[in-house]
Design a protein. Structure first.
Length: 143
């Protein structure tokens, strides 16, 4: 009988995980999954924002092409230094500014394209130089 009692109280030598070890492993696994989920969500939102910036760059290039094709002198005379791109969502706005470089007929043209997404304004600014046909003093009639 004594052997039976000793066998009952004898420690079980089976190899396995305890409940604490299993819970700890589960917590570590859940933390890793949550971290990967957060990283992938942030990555997707950054990718979406990069797409918006690519669109803004394309629209700025489009506006600079229009200015260059009409001529910087005509653009300045028309005095339309801003507008909205209605054909692209979300609504992109553009603003232009020109500055005579002081050398020959060279103008610095700055285009800023901005848009509002999730109640936060984003903008992209590009700057280039365009040759005009006349200097500002020639355009106003003074030499």
């Amino acid at each position: 009988m004594r052997a039976k009692v000793e066998a009952m109280f004898k420690r079980n030598n089976n190899r396995g995980f305890t409940l604490v070890e299993a819970l700890l492993a589960t917590i570590i696994l859940c933390a890793a999954v949550l971290a990967l989920g957060g990283i992938s969500t942030r990555s997707l939102s950054r990718s979406h924002l990069n797409s918006r910036y690519e669109t803004a760059a394309s629209l700025a290039d489009k506006q600079l092409t229009i200015i260059d094709s009409m001529g910087i002198d005509t653009f300045i005379r028309r005095n339309v230094m801003g507008g909205v791109f209605d054909d692209v969502k979300p609504g992109y706005n553009w603003e232009a500014s020109t500055q005579w470089e002081g050398t020959d007929n060279l103008y610095i043209v700055t285009i800023t394209v901005s848009w509002n997404e999730l109640n936060k304004w984003h903008s992209l600014t590009v700057e280039t130089m365009i040759n005009g046909r006349q200097t500002p003093s020639e355009a106003s009639g003074t030499i």
